[in-house]
Design a protein around this ligand. Structure first.
Ligand SMILES: NC(=O)c1ccc[n+]([C@@H]2O[C@H](COP(=O)([O-])OP(=O)(O)OC[C@H]3O[C@@H](n4cnc5c(N)ncnc54)[C@H](OP(=O)(O)O)[C@@H]3O)[C@@H](O)[C@H]2O)c1
Length: 311
């Protein structure tokens, strides 16, 4: 099969489109004919990409852990999937991803593809939507009527964060550059701050939850925007527990995990028209290097593995 291999640590210059052995589904796993894979540019710097869960080095890892495709082989001990199932999901980071014609996934990583999305749109969902879901509902317990500040709102995670916070009935304040303001209003943001001209902590006070996708100085200045007892969740970099204590807030850092049940709930919201993926650009698999080099302007970059004509 054709696949993208990571030939060395660093950046997209180490990505190579080449032949790879086709994997086979072992016990408890399925083989998926990949239709599309989501680009997760930072994964090229993550430890998990270069070693197994047990700590052994991985040679020539395959990136792209967002997957959409069709199950073509089912290993023993798999009860809830069958050959021909159309699926999407998030493959754990310490195993090979989906930037390839075939990929191995575990049943707990996959859910039926949303009815209303094609494969490319479906591959834009899992990592970003699950990150926003887990941030709000597993870690921050966001509720209707609360005020939430979302940094990096126009990015991959941000577009789902804005829509999910709006869906749950929160008051949504988003940071983005001016060209994304109308777009974010359409997604459900109530107030938008242009981070290039305004210091958000001077105009936003007493929020219940901050969700930070930016890190650095943005994370540092976020403590002051929270009310006492509020929650600062960052997925960009770990917040300081000492600083959180000083400000009387709770801080959370987590790494998103595959979750079939949450994906099923996300599919229901997509098929019900409450939330939708935003595609930045689509590249063919052979141009993965360009796809990983491109800076996101809005939403998610996706690799198309099978041409629609072939599907
Ligand atoms: N821990 C985890 O499990 C986890 C999971 C997913 C992602 N992440 C991390 O989360 C971060 C975001 O990922 P992503 O894929 O959502 O990002 P992304 O799509 O690359 O984000 C790009 C967006 O960031 C916005 N942006 C840049 N600087 C900003 C600032 N100072 N204030 C507000 N917005 C700013 C830009 O908005 P404008 O165009 O409006 O300027 C752009 O649209 C990355 O660091 C990623 O590694 C972590």
């Amino acid at each position: 099969m054709k696949a993208i291999h990571i030939h060395g640590r660093g950046g997209p210059e180490h990505l190579v489109y080449e032949d790879a052995p086709q994997p086979r589904s072992g016990p408890g796993a399925v083989l998926v004919r990949v239709q599309a894979a989501g680009v997760i540019a930072p994964e090229l710097t993550w430890e998990e990409t270069y070693q197994t869960r047990a700590g052994a080095p991985r040679s020539l890892p395959i990136p792209g852990h967002d997957i959409s495709g069709v199950v073509v082989e089912v290993g023993s001990d798999v009860a809830n999937l069958a050959v021909g199932d159309e699926v999407y999901g998030l493959i754990a980071f310490e195993r090979d991803g989906a930037a390839a014609e075939y990929a191995i996934a575990l049943p707990g990583e996959l859910a039926p593809r949303p009815r209303t999305l094609d494969y490319v749109q479906a591959a834009a969902v899992p990592l970003t939507a699950l990150t926003a879901w887990q941030a709000f509902f597993d870690h921050a317990e966001l509720k209707a009527g609360q005020k939430v500040l979302i940094h990096g709102a126009a990015g991959g995670v941000g577009v789902f964060a804005v829509q999910l916070a709006h869906w749950v009935g929160a008051n949504v304040i988003a940071t983005a550059s001016a060209r994304n303001h109308d777009f974010l209003r359409e997604l459900g943001a109530d107030e938008i701050i242009d981070y290039t001209t305004t210091r958000f902590e001077q105009v936003v006070r007493d929020v219940d939850v901050v969700l930070d996708m930016v890190g650095g100085d943005t994370l540092e200045r976020s403590y002051g925007a929270l009310k006492k007892g509020g929650v600062l969740v960052s997925v960009a970099m770990p917040p300081s527990p000492e600083k959180a204590k000083e400000h009387g807030v709770r801080s959370v850092w987590f790494i998103v995990e595959p979750n079939r049940d949450q994906l099923i709930q996300i599919s229901e919201l997509i098929d019900g028209g409450q939330i939708r993926p935003i595609i930045d650009t689509v590249f063919p698999l052979s141009q993965a290097r360009q796809a990983y080099e491109q800076r996101v302007k809005r939403g998610k970059i996706v690799l198309r593995v099978v041409d629609q004509g072939e599907a």
